[in-house]
Design a protein. Structure first.
Length: 134
């Protein structure tokens, strides 16, 4: 009976996970060191959506099936004084476009809002249906 509401909730959860990945990308767009302090440019996180809900086995809704790491080469910047520069004086920085990430964030926010609107409409329809029955 509540499949329509479950679909909207799965969309909300998925968009929240997507926004978390986007936030991490934006927060680390210039991070060149890993948590151990070693040179390793941050790699962009890319959430991959899939249909269905694996926790319930339902084919309805959506979920984040995995979060991939970007395989792209780091952006090379000429910084000969940087201790992490290569022999030619270049340092690799994360291949993250702030503009693209902000557009992705706006899209995720709009999708989240659309799922809220759909869930509110579903609740309203259920409420009216119960009034008609009672």
């Amino acid at each position: 009976m509540f499949d329509a509401l479950d679909i909207s909730v799965s969309g909300l959860v998925s968009q929240r996970e997507r926004m978390t990945a986007i936030s991490g990308n934006l927060a680390n767009f210039q991070t060149i060191l890993n948590e151990s302090g070693e040179y390793e440019p941050y790699r962009r996180r890319i959430p991959i959506f899939a249909s269905g809900d694996p926790s319930t086995g339902s084919p309805l809704g959506v979920h984040v099936s995995e979060i991939l790491l970007d395989d792209g080469a780091p952006l090379q910047r000429y910084e000969p004084d940087n201790p992490f520069a290569d022999q030619a004086g270049y340092v690799g920085y994360p291949n993250i476009s702030v503009t693209t990430e902000l557009m992705n964030a706006m899209e995720a926010a709009r999708a989240y809002e659309a799922n809220i609107t759909a869930s509110e409409a579903t609740k309203s329809m259920y409420s009216i249906a119960l009034e008609l029955l009672g």
